[in-house]
Design a binder for this molecule. Structure first.
Ligand SMILES: *Cc1c(COP(=O)(O)O)cnc(C)c1O
Length: 248
């Protein structure tokens, strides 16, 4: 598994770099997040040893013991580079309290209730929580976030404005950009319009809210990360291309 993982990582990094260069972008501007949901701590340790530093989980209950185990493992290696943890899955309000402080970036903030909850919890804990705003641009019902699939960038930005203002009003939350989940399609190129839409929405929001940080675009997974990079992804979330099919 260690050798396969190292080989997979090499392939994914090469494909990421090629996609960035083809788009005239600096490959260093795209961060690989290894999505380790369903995989054991041993796999995360192997991935760390292979050079990965950003990890994503999609359920708080699953992430808590895995992150704790990785903290202990890293603490036993003086001078080891820290891990950056990403929460990429749907966040339930009652899990807000355990998610803050656990993840350096929460990608899935998508509704007023979770903004209020996170804002309150982080303020009480005295910490600043970086977040992304998740939107649904595919129109699929199983996707999280406000459904903006039928809107122009201007309409989408207009519809999102109250949520953006609510986030900006929470001193403990630091917005850093947008996240979306592309539709499952036959050919990755078919997902590309959704990535283009996310970037256009970001550009429109940056015009309306120039004081906020819109630098991050979290988009692209195992099957479509090259299309996402072509459209400006700064964070790609990759599971299967690194670790193989999930069985759990
Ligand atoms: C599982 C997951 C990924 C990774 O998906 P793969 O197809 O395994 O690359 C990315 N983002 C989110 C939100 C996920 O839940």
């Amino acid at each position: 598994m260690g050798r396969l993982l190292t080989a997979n990582l090499g392939v994914v990094r090469a494909r990421m770099a090629a996609a960035a260069e083809a788009a005239g972008r600096d490959p260093a501007a795209v961060t690989l997040i290894a999505v380790t949901k369903t995989h054991p701590v041993e796999t995360i340790q192997m991935a760390y040893q292979a050079g990965m530093r950003h990890f994503g989980e999609n359920r708080v209950e699953e992430a808590i013991p895995k992150i704790a185990a990785m903290h202990r493992w890293l603490a036993a290696q003086p001078g080891a580079e820290p891990i950056v943890w990403h929460m990429v899955g749907h966040l339930q309000s009652r899990k807000a309290e355990s998610a803050t402080g656990l993840f350096q970036l929460i990608h899935s903030v998508d509704r007023p209730r979770i903004v209020a909850r996170l804002g309150r919890v982080c303020a009480a804990q005295g910490q600043i929580q970086p977040i992304l705003l998740e939107v649904n641009l595919s129109g699929e019902e199983n996707k999280q976030g406000p459904d903006l699939s039928a809107d122009s960038p201007e309409e989408a930005a207009q519809r999102l404005s109250p949520l953006v203002e609510a986030i900006a009003a929470e001193p403990a939350l630091r917005l850093q950009g947008l996240m979306t989940m592309a539709p499952i399609v036959e050919r990755p190129a078919e997902a590309r319009p959704v990535f283009r839409q996310l970037r256009a929405l970001r550009d429109e929001l940056a015009r309306r809210f120039p004081g906020l940080d819109w630098s991050q675009l979290s988009m692209g997974m195992s099957d479509d990360f090259e299309a996402a990079i072509a459209e400006g992804a700064t964070l790609v979330r990759i599971g299967r291309a690194l670790f193989g099919e999930r069985t759990a």
